[in-house]
Each structure stands twice: as C-alpha cells, then as structure tokens.
Design a protein. Structure first.
Length: 67
C-alpha cells in the first residue's frame, strides 16, 4: 500500500501535515513517530529472539520422529 505513494503523494501528505499541525508541532510529531517505531522494532526483535530456541527445539523433535 505505501509503496504506491510516490514522491508527489509524499509531498502532498507533508503539506497536509504542515497545514494541520503547524510548523511548531511537526518536530514533536516526528520524534513521537520515531520513538514509537523504535519501540515497535525493539519489541518485534525481542519476540522473534524469544521464539528462536523453541523453534529449534521443535524442529529437532520433528526431525527425530521422522527418522
């Protein structure tokens, strides 16, 4: 969905954001979005790393039962 925006669409979104939030609020909004994305990525990495040992164990069990 987002890959179809393109440069003109991105410029339009930025202009609309500037009109709605004003120039003083845009840096705050950008920082908030950035910190939210950072936290989301961190949580995703933690979930994936928590599941890796379980996946390896279940894979080993499946391989041993197939033999």
């Amino acid at each position: 969905m987002l890959q179809n925006i393109g440069i003109p669409g991105l410029i339009l979104v930025l202009i609309i954001a500037l009109i709605i939030f004003g120039p003083s609020k845009l840096p705050e909004l950008g920082r908030a979005v950035g910190s939210t994305l950072k936290e989301f990525k961190k949580s995703t990495r933690e979930l994936v790393s928590d599941d890796e040992p379980e996946l390896k164990q279940s894979k080993a069990e499946n391989e041993s039962t197939m033999k």
